[in-house]
Write a protein that binds this ligand. Structure first.
Ligand SMILES: [Zn+2]
Length: 160
């Protein structure tokens, strides 16, 4: 399942990438361009425009009602569009959407803070922007929160 977030949903797009979902972020205000891209790449459109789904009944469009990005992510989960795949967590660049590649540890030296380099064994790099990622100590905590996101499906207001 691939997504295309409209210009109002940039943070939701990052949340979906964090979960491992291929999600493009469309900054354009041009609805035709958005729909065209979604059709071309078979993506589900995520929008806050409540009229779009009515105007375009043949396209796959999810209307997001929540304001807060974490609740928006929960909303997509509750609509049954997402599945938790722990192996996919943190496998994409949050900025570019590209899958990140494992790199030899020494290539990260000097490019990340020294204390991070000393603490961490595994590093990853976005092939597009070159940003380096590592699985910090925050990851266990994040995994827990991601699990909560999926397990408490009935609690719409539960924060992320
Ligand atoms: Zn990137």
């Amino acid at each position: 399942m691939k997504f295309l977030a409209d210009r109002t949903l940039g943070r939701l797009a990052k949340g979906l990438r964090m979960l491992g979902y291929d999600t493009l972020y469309c900054r354009s205000e041009d609805i035709y361009q958005l729909i065209h891209l979604a059709r071309q790449e078979e993506r589900i459109v995520l929008t806050r425009d409540t009229k779009l789904a009515i105007r375009r009944p043949k396209d796959r469009i999810i209307t997001i009602m929540e304001d807060h990005p974490s609740r928006q992510l929960k909303e997509v989960v509750q609509k049954g569009c997402l599945f938790l795949n722990e192996e996919k967590l943190y496998t994409r660049c949050l900025l570019c959407n590209d899958p990140i590649d494992a790199i030899p540890r020494k290539e990260a030296e000097g490019k990340v803070p020294d204390f991070i380099f000393i603490q961490q064994r595994d590093f990853y790099r976005c092939p597009k922007c070159g940003r380096i990622y590592w699985q910090g100590s925050h990851l266990d905590n994040m995994r827990k929160r991601v699990k909560e996101l999926f397990h408490n499906k009935s609690e719409a207001r539960n924060g992320f």
